[in-house]
Write a protein of this length. Structure first.
Length: 287
């Protein structure tokens, strides 16, 4: 849910259409006034447009309790300097400090005033490094953006600060290296993505570094012979796949069948890391 908050909160950023009594964001999109915002107490020198209909100067809107809902300064309909939106309790929700080229650092806050994320905006789009923090103030994710799309390596962290997972992105799609780690720092899994799907070798290791599983994916589906090893290094069983379907499970004995079922159960935990970036400890359980 936190991820949803991060990506939707910017749509509520700062502006108003005073003549129509509507709240809009700084990019002219209509936004419902959910939090009792009004123009009460706003100076007549504020919220002005020039003859061409462009927003100029200082704009603000206030909640019914008199506290500011947002404040922003415009130059020719473009925000310049600090743009701040607030919670009803008076704490900041988001703050962006734009330069004249529409680029600037941004900080997002929880309602209790604690920082939840920080990064940069290029106009309306995320850019450069974004960092996300837990309610305890612990860094749990680094993401790289270019023109609003993820580009480069996204890194998730355990609560102690060590790397939990790394996944490459290109133009908003998973691409290249994908690695997960045990909390002791050893590699847990290595694979890769191609055009958003798992593709290539897929290898899993025990916490002490010994090989546990070896196989491969093609276009997001298991393919060929997968080998599962015991901790002692012996082959527990081999699984043959064709386009994601098991070909030889019926040949397993009772012990192998139980191991296979456990393997399939864990393999099914290959969830999208984006759904768990707020809680990498949970994400790291299973393969």
């Amino acid at each position: 849910m936190m991820r949803i908050l991060f990506f939707t909160i910017i749509s509520f950023v700062f502006s108003a259409n005073v003549l129509l009594g509507q709240v809009t964001d700084v990019f002219g999109n209509r936004v419902p006034a959910k939090e009792g915002a009004s123009n009460t107490g706003v100076s007549s020198n504020h919220n002005q447009k020039d003859e061409q209909g462009l927003k100029q100067g200082y704009w603000e809107k206030r909640f019914s309790n008199g506290k500011p809902a947002y404040t922003v300064t415009f130059k020719d309909d473009r925000p310049v300097g600090k743009m701040i939106r607030y919670y009803l309790n008076g704490n900041k929700k988001i703050e962006i400090d734009y330069d004249e080229n529409q680029y600037g650092p941004a900080i997002l806050y929880a309602e209790n005033g604690k920082m939840t994320a920080k990064g940069f905006y290029k106009g309306t789009k995320k850019d450069s490094l974004w960092q996300f923090f837990s309610p305890e103030g612990i860094l749990y994710t680094n993401e790289l953006y270019k023109d609003g799309l993820k580009n480069g390596m996204t890194t998730h962290f355990f609560k102690k600060g060590n790397v939990a997972e790394e996944v490459g992105w290109k133009d908003g799609v998973k691409e290249g290296i994908w690695k997960k780690y045990h909390e002791n720092g050893r590699l847990k899994m290595t694979s890769s993505h191609k055009k958003g799907k798992i593709d290539g070798e897929y290898v899993v290791f025990y916490p002490d570094g010994k090989l546990e599983v070896q196989g491969k994916f093609e276009n997001g589906l298991e393919e060929g012979t997968w080998v599962v090893f015991t901790h002692a290094g012996n082959v527990a069983y081999k699984i043959k796949y064709k386009e994601g379907k098991t070909l030889n499970a019926a040949d397993f004995d009772e012990k192998q069948q139980k191991l296979f079922e456990e393997f399939e159960k864990n393999k099914g935990k290959l969830k999208d890391p984006e759904e768990f970036k707020h809680d990498p400890d949970s994400y790291m359980r299973g393969f």
